[in-house]
Design a protein around this ligand. Structure first.
Ligand code: ZN
Length: 369
């Protein structure tokens, strides 16, 4: 590891502009810009962080920058940038987890992806095979089209099987000049420590929900309450906030708000009916209970959960609800969520969870130990 001296800001700032479409991630973007502007680009990077935090978008921008013939303008139209945008760059090579060997020919496995737009989107297989890494290594060994760099981008690098990773390791140990490998992973512990140590790690972190909400308001044109709710549901990950699963998460969140807002008036038969309905949606139960828990928690410390007024409207009938009861309600859910997957009788589990929660919130009494 080496330590860098203070950054020459005038050189770095234009580089950061390249990354303006990346939301948050200033430390990552600054580090890459600094490496680039000082000609200290490493031969391998590991982009590490949870799904949806911008690893792939950042890697693609960095790859374009590394291949650009006259870097300096983020809307460059040099030959390389045009080829990159057109989806066929001879010096760009991507690898994604592939289907089982029984379904794909060896030749096809050895083909690297030349279209950057295919990265992060292609339906994924389970693992990266040795044939794919061999294909990548042989593509990397060819001369670059314009005497510049070559960039290899490996998506879900932790899915490399052992042989594939060992083959890549040799390349990482003795990188060819002007080649840059970008490994992307949300599970760095799935890689060999030797692989990790050969790469310069760039970390990606979820944004503060409030910060993501501001970006969603501005760029996704969402009203502020809804933007904050989505930012919280997405756990601060822009990719999740803008992803296809969000509509579904919002619907489950609505249901969590709905049941809590009626908790004071629920009759036993309502609870049984509710449990019957949710028994059918087993895949959503964990999210539902977590959302209920989160909404209750937001009442304890007044952190805005769904929207800033949700708590007030939810518990309007429970005026003066002691914070201690909210704490007990929170823990009642926290305790049962892990039991969900081991519970054969989901109906009974849901009924007792809601009966108990109701008893805690209304009477301050738990009937479950
Ligand atoms: Zn260019």
């Amino acid at each position: 590891m080496f330590y860098e001296t203070a950054a020459p800001v005038n050189l770095r700032k234009p580089m950061e502009k390249f990354f303006q479409s990346v939301w948050g991630q200033e430390p990552a973007v600054n580090a890459l810009s600094r490496n680039f502007s000082r000609n200290r680009v490493a031969s391998a990077y590991l982009f590490s962080g949870p799904e949806g935090t911008g690893k792939m978008s950042t890697a693609l921008i960095f790859a374009k920058m590394l291949l650009c013939e006259k870097p300096g303008s983020h809307d460059c139209a040099c030959r390389s940038c045009r080829m990159f945008a057109a989806g066929a760059h001879p010096d760009f090579m991507g690898v994604v987890p592939s289907e089982p060997k029984s379904k794909v020919s060896e030749d096809r496995l050895r083909d690297v992806i030349r279209n950057p737009a295919m990265m992060g989107k292609t339906p994924k297989g389970r693992s990266i095979k040795i044939e794919q890494i061999r294909g990548l290594i042989s593509a990397l060994s060819l001369k670059s089209s314009n005497g510049g760099r070559k960039v290899a981008l490996i998506e879900s690098a932790e899915t490399m099987n052992r042989n594939a990773e060992n083959a890549l390791l040799k390349t990482l140990e003795e990188p060819a000049p002007d080649t840059v490998a970008l490994l992307i992973t949300s599970k760095p512990t799935g890689l060999l420590p030797t692989t990790v140590s050969r790469c310069r790690t760039v970390r990606f972190v979820p944004l503060q929900p409030q910060k993501l909400a501001v970006l969603l308001e501005k760029h996704a044109d969402l009203p502020s309450g809804e933007a904050l709710r989505i930012a919280i549901l997405a756990e601060g990950r822009p990719g999740a906030a803008l992803g296809a699963g969000m509509e579904h998460a919002r619907e489950v969140d609505d249901e969590a708000v709905h049941i809590l807002s009626r908790i004071a008036e629920l009759e036993p038969e309502d609870i049984i009916q509710w449990a019957e309905k949710w028994r059918q949606r087993r895949g959503d139960l964990k999210l539902l209970l977590e959302r209920m828990m989160e909404i209750i928690r937001s009442g304890i410390d007044a952190t805005p959960a769904s929207s800033s007024d949700t708590m007030k409207s939810i518990f309007k009938d429970l005026d003066g609800l002691p914070a201690g009861r909210l704490v007990d309600g929170y823990f009642a859910l926290l305790d049962v969520i892990p039991m969900l997957e081991f519970n054969p009788n989901v109906q009974l589990f849901l009924e007792s969870t809601v009966f108990n929660l109701q008893s805690i919130l209304l009477k301050g009494e738990s009937f479950v130990d």
